[in-house]
Design a protein around this ligand. Structure first.
Ligand code: TPP
Ligand code: SF4
Length: 344
């Protein structure tokens, strides 16, 4: 890898573009995500040689080839485990996991769960296209009930996983959702994830225009997205719609309801609209995660961002304490400390 910074010494997006031919289908949402990630890398203030992208298997998992950083294209579903080991061994690295809904939530669900609950300081980007792209259109853990495709000719009877609720259920300390082509929001959330000390989970709604085209159009289409997305901003009321004329009121039992905002008859004053708190309870974040179109607008942005000790820090502190108590240790003498056998 060569460092070819621009004349003022600052890296630009182009410095993060690799020399590999991008092999995604024309029109795939992965291109927009790649561009957004490449643009954010110069901003995260980490030397390029300290950035690593780790992926599993899937179209999305080709990502590390296209980043001019270090990278590992590993085995199906195991990127979180590899990234965990890497971050433990080299806490100075900025480690990014790129995974698909199949890779991360099916075969890799267990690995994703443990990476999140441990709060290891890695950034996990889950590209959710609600289908298996690489293997040509089988249903995935996020496919909708009743979805008809190659592996469910009569419609899927699996209840889908909600990735945000999954991450919150694993006690993730940073949970967000973005859309592939809504680049500004995506970039700002990527920056927030990079700055977060602990595990960051971002679900990115990604269009697979070949096997599941338009899966998110009802909430991402430009003409309707203001009415169907709830853009979360810390400290701001949960308002939506082009003119912010609707909002979310939350009952004491955390049941949300959509209301018309205003001072007229049947309307609710803005003071009664819930104010977004990224640092709020997990129950509040779950409430947001469960909100879905058409009953509710779909929340976008950072749902939850709280502080907790990162796994690699706890691990390093424990190793230091053990060394102080017992000395540096000697692996060979440890291995030979008990009864040993020679196996022939
Ligand atoms: C152990 C193993 N099982 C199954 C597969 C086949 N396989 C490759 S990618 C994939 C799923 C890809 O879907 P997703 O993670 O959603 O990524 P996408 O291609 O949609 O980006 C599967 C089942 C494999 N490569 N290895
Ligand atoms: S199959 Fe779908 S997800 Fe894979 S590259 Fe093509 S459009 Fe993208």
């Amino acid at each position: 890898m060569t460092t070819n910074a621009s004349s003022n010494g600052k890296l630009t997006r182009k410095d993060f573009v690799s020399d590999q031919e991008v092999r995604w289908c024309p029109g795939c949402g992965d291109y927009a995500i790649l561009k957004a990630v490449q643009s954010v890398m110069p901003e995260i203030d980490v030397p390029r040689e300290n950035i690593v992208f780790v992926s599993g298997i899937g179209c999305s998992s080709r990502f590390p080839y296209y980043m001019n950083t270090y990278g590992m294209h590993t085995i199906h579903g195991r990127a979180p485990a590899i990234a965990t080991g890497l971050k433990l061994a080299r806490p100075d690295l900025s480690v990014w996991v790129v995974t698909g809904d199949g890779d991360g939530l099916s075969i890799g669900g267990n690995h994703l769960l443990h990476a999140l609950r441990r709060n290891i300081d890695i950034n996990i980007l889950l590209f959710n296209n609600r289908i298996y792209g690489l293997t040509k259109g089988q249903y995935s853990p996020t496919s909708e009930l009743g979805k008809i495709n190659k592996s469910a000719p009569m419609g899927s009877i699996d209840r889908p996983v909600n990735p945000l609720a999954f991450a919150l259920g694993a006690s993730a300390t940073f949970v967000a959702r973005c859309v592939d082509v809504e680049v500004k929001v995506l970039q700002s959330v990527l920056q927030r994830a990079a700055a977060h000390k602990g595990g960051a989970f971002i679900e990115i709604l990604q269009n697979c225009n070949v096997f599941n085209d338009g899966a998110f159009v009802p909430i991402t289409d430009r003409a309707v997205r203001d009415d169907r997305q709830l853009r979360l901003e810390h400290g701001k009321p949960l308002l939506f719609g082009k003119d912010k004329s609707r909002g979310i009121r939350v009952r004491p039992d955390l049941t949300p309801e959509v209301v018309e905002v205003g001072d007229g008859p049947g309307q609710v004053p803005v003071s009664e609209i819930a104010v977004h708190d990224e640092r709020g309870s997990a129950a509040y974040a779950f409430m947001l995660a469960q909100m879905d179109y058409p009953e509710f607008p779909a929340p976008m942005g950072v749902l939850h961002a709280v502080d907790a000790p990162a796994y690699e820090q706890l691990s390093a502190a424990q190793i230091a304490a053990a060394k102080q108590k017992n000395g540096a240790g000697d692996l060979k003498s440890l291995l030979h400390a008990g009864t040993t056998w020679d196996v022939h």
